[in-house]
Design a protein around this ligand. Structure first.
Ligand code: HPA
Length: 281
């Protein structure tokens, strides 16, 4: 080891390994499923029999979120007899983080051994007939964030340079989730998630454009994590809580307050179907 080796920046993969080692030392559990909780949906974590809770600020190379409604901790524990990992809160591109930081927690989970990545988010709905307070199972996404999160040197240890994206959201997971949504009599849609960078909400003209290109809902997250997970060959499932009708379809101005209020209104239903889904994997 040279005198200056501590000054050499670690490679992205070395950082991931360092974080995975840190997590392995904190827990005896080995979950196969993780859930990333979106805006206003953090209370799902209350159902977990917690083994360890680690604030992102204490995890090497994790960036703490700055947005209200995103607590920012990794929770590892049990949901009935299943080991589970929960990212309670995420960081977003609009906060100024580079995509490498946005993808980092998902990549760590994948290298640690998670196979099923469940991504949840709050989104604005635009599909015909979609209502505030219902859910949308993601069948696909359109990445309009302005950049591909995998741009730059490929991390060969994680996946190929040109990853296939023809089925980002796993059909088998979606079928299972839909069965549970139907059983719980949850009002849900299936559709395409348009991922935008934010932090502004869309203009009505942008919403009309997104609707014309096939989107059913719009939000500021999820696609980077889904791309990172798919790059690694993981099974991804995405679900949006439609917290508001998208701009121009909604009769009122959009606000983060409305997003949080709607999410908390449907939180109980969200917790119960998501719990059953996670246990079934
Ligand atoms: N647009 C973008 N992101 C969102 C919205 C929206 O209408 N609602 C919740 N997150």
């Amino acid at each position: 080891m040279s005198l200056y080796s501590h000054l050499v920046e670690k490679s992205p993969y070395e950082k991931i390994i360092e974080t995975v080692d840190f997590i392995k030392h904190k827990t005896s559990l080995a979950p196969k499923t993780s859930i990333t909780l979106g805006s206003g949906l953090a209370s799902f974590a209350d159902q977990i029999d917690v083994e360890v809770k680690i604030p992102y600020s204490e995890i090497p190379h994790f960036s703490p979120p700055t947005v209200e409604g995103h607590p920012g901790q990794l929770i590892i524990g049990k949901l009935a007899d299943k080991d589970i990992a929960v990212l309670q809160g995420r960081i977003h591109y609009y906060e100024g983080h580079p995509f490498e930081h946005v993808m980092f927690p998902t990549r760590v989970l994948g290298v640690w051994g998670i196979k099923n990545i469940i991504l949840t988010n709050a989104a604005g709905g635009m599909a015909d007939g979609i209502q505030e307070g219902c859910f949308m199972v993601l069948t696909d996404h359109i990445n309009l964030m302005g950049e591909n999160p995998l741009r730059g040197a490929n991390v060969d240890e994680l996946g190929p340079r040109f990853p296939d994206m023809s089925e980002v959201y796993d059909r088998a997971l979606n079928e299972k989730l839909e069965g549970i949504l139907q059983k719980h009599k949850v009002d849900y849609y299936k559709g395409i998630y348009a991922a935008v960078s934010g932090p502004t909400y869309e203009t009505p003209a942008e919403v009309q454009y997104l609707k014309q290109i096939g989107a059913g809902a719009v939000g500021m997250s999820t696609a980077p994590e889904a791309i990172a997970a798919k790059h690694m060959g993981l099974s991804v499932c995405g679900i949006s809580c439609i917290t508001n009708l998208a701009a121009g379809i909604s009769k009122q101005p959009l606000s983060h307050e409305e997003v949080k209020v709607t999410a908390s209104r449907v939180e109980k239903q969200f917790c119960s179907f998501l719990k059953e889904f996670a246990q079934s994997l």
